[in-house]
Design a protein around this ligand. Structure first.
Ligand code: GUN
Length: 283
């Protein structure tokens, strides 16, 4: 078997078109365009690329972008003061502080300082709590984007076994909540899991988010599974690869996301969707 590729770029474009239509309808009704503030600290090349992609997506869908850039030695107090200003600014609907932040800044303090109704990353404890209670408001973009990708290939979720490899606060844990909300029976593998290959072998839906290139071997995967690879790792030769060994995984899976061009574009598209929704919350 050779898996079919899940085209994240194409699904993301459909989401972006929906958002663009929503922004146009909002403006036609007399409301102003939504506005997303993007806060970048320092000069991490990967973060610069991610933030540029987010600002470009704003332009594509008609969302106004407010780009803010701080030197890497900005103090935590100054960054928190900027978040306070953005929280109070009625013209700003969404606030995104790109992570990781420099080591001297407490990123949890910064994330929690963003008011929940402008938290378009969905990282605030309120938004994570709402998702845990099956009453989501602003949803973490990457896990939500994975659900959209799975829906795009007709995934039924109910009576299906999902395994998430990776238990991070921003991806693995909210991914578990999204899969349960969709109706799947979900298991999470983490650093203390006894038998990761054995858990992976049970998965109809496998989602991998660990940040280790080639960590999941094709031979572990249940034949016919749907494999979502959230990892984005740059190798020494410059190539971008995921956390699954793609060539062996595609021999067993029915569907698989490529890296790049799988989950990455969905994260940006769902951010735009959240920003449009946040504008509605702020009206
Ligand atoms: N760094 C890597 N991914 C993300 C993301 O989705 N949001 C933010 N704020 N920072 C990130």
């Amino acid at each position: 078997m050779s898996a079919q590729l899940i085209d994240g770029k194409a699904v993301a474009q459909q989401v972006l078109q929906r958002v663009a239509d929503g922004v146009a309808a909002r403006c036609a009704s007399g409301a102003r365009a939504p506005c997303l503030a993007t806060v970048l600290v320092g000069a991490d090349p990967a973060s610069e690329v991610y933030v540029r992609n987010k600002r470009r997506a704003c332009q594509q869908v008609g969302i106004q972008s407010l780009p803010l850039h701080f030197d890497s030695d900005v103090s935590e107090a100054d960054l928190l003061a900027e978040v306070d200003r953005l929280n109070a600014d009625a013209g700003v609907d969404g606030i995104l502080v790109q992570l990781p932040l420099p080591a001297h800044i407490n990123s949890i303090a910064v994330t929690e300082r963003i008011v929940a109704h402008k938290d378009v990353d969905g990282f605030h404890p309120y938004n994570l709590g709402r998702l845990a209670q099956r009453l989501p408001v602003l949803r973490p973009c990457t896990p939500w984007g994975v659900i959209e990708l799975l829906r795009s290939v007709g995934e039924p979720f109910k009576q299906r076994t999902a395994v998430v490899v990776g238990a991070s606060n921003h991806v693995g844990r909210p991914m578990m909540l999204e899969l349960m909300l969709a109706g799947a029976t979900a298991t999470c593998c983490h650093r203390f899991t006894a038998d990761v290959p054995g858990e992976v072998a049970r998965a109809d839906i496998l989602v991998v988010a660990v940040g280790k290139p080639g960590m999941v071997k094709g031979a572990w995967i249940k034949p016919g599974a749907t494999v979502i690879d959230i990892g984005i790792n740059r190798l020494d030769d410059g190539r971008l690869v995921g956390d699954c060994d793609f060539e062996t995984a595609r021999e067993r899976a029915a569907w698989i996301t490529p890296v790049p061009g799988g989950v990455g574009p969905m994260t940006v598209a769902m951010l735009m969707q959240n920003t449009l929704q946040a504008a509605g919350l702020n009206d």
